[in-house]
Write a protein that binds this ligand. Structure first.
Ligand code: FMN
Length: 245
């Protein structure tokens, strides 16, 4: 394993940061990494907002259920899927916006934003910084859009908090290879046979240093998916101009 792969396999989300802002050089490097990612058809359908205003950061933090590590961190970015630029281009030329409004274009924007963010994550971890994605900004998309003054065809996908870690958990055991990787055809039984992973994750959660729990991956997933989460997401996306078809 080379050093890059070693770093990737050591990834853990960090939820406790020193109260030390990153400097301009660090942020410049992180943004250079983020902005170098691949982009579907080179549309670059994403934008990044640094939330430097303390009051705004606090307001956003309260929405996320992750307030302590959104407020006290080195930097907090929000990643947007963003087709606003393309919409203005098309409108200026009197073209229809149907190609922007499609589910496919929304997916392109979400994928582009995610690739940029993960590039930033890898860069941050290579600088010995800690990170945590903050999907919690989607707890109240309409409020986030209002706070950030977002135009149509923009969608907050997640936040990313980055800073100097105070504490770190051990890496979480990933799905066993045979439950996730196969050749050519989808092996239904193999991918859904969770017994080994059940054991492994029960042990991990019981024995981890921070926040030990009596649970397992399956139990957490049943709990997570048994209800429709954030049911207003579709309404928000439609309000932003997407047709969801
Ligand atoms: C898109 C996305 C959104 C996430 N949102 C949150 C969040 O709002 N709050 C939080 O504490 N962790 C959040 N996480 C972190 C996950 O809980 C974490 O990645 C997962 O438990 C695996 O743990 P690890 O990153 O330490 O390996 C998010 C992760 C992703 C990829």
């Amino acid at each position: 394993m080379n050093t890059t792969i070693q770093q990737l396999t050591k990834h853990v989300s960090v939820r406790s940061f020193e109260d030390v802002p990153l400097d301009q050089k660090q942020k410049k490097d992180l943004l250079a990494a983020a902005r170098s990612g691949s982009s579907s058809h080179f549309v670059q359908a994403y934008s990044i907002l640094e939330i430097s205003d303390t009051k705004l950061r606090s307001e956003l933090a309260e929405i996320t259920n992750s307030a302590p590590y959104v407020k006290q961190t080195g930097v907090f970015y929000i990643f947007l899927a963003d087709l606003y630029r393309q919409a203005t281009l098309l409108e200026a030329q009197g073209e229809s916006l149907a190609g922007i409004q499609s589910m496919e274009s929304l997916m392109v924007g979400i994928v582009d934003a995610t690739i940029a963010a993960q590039n930033m994550v890898v860069a941050a971890e290579s600088m010995n910084l800690g990170i945590c994605y903050i999907g919690g900004i989607r707890n109240h998309l309409a409020k986030v859009a209002e706070l950030l003054d977002l135009p149509r065809f923009t969608v907050p996908v997640f936040g990313l908090t980055i800073g100097y870690p105070i504490v770190k958990n051990e890496p979480k055991p990933r799905l066993p290879l045979e439950n996730q990787v196969a050749e050519n055809k989808y092996p239904r039984e193999q991918f859904a046979a969770m017994q080994d992973y059940e054991q492994q994750t029960a042990t991990y959660y019981a024995q981890r240093g921070l926040n030990p729990q009596q649970t397992s991956w399956s139990e957490k997933n049943v709990h997570f998916f048994k209800e429709v989460r954030r049911p207003e997401t579709g309404t928000f996306l439609a309000k932003q101009g997407f047709l969801l078809q």
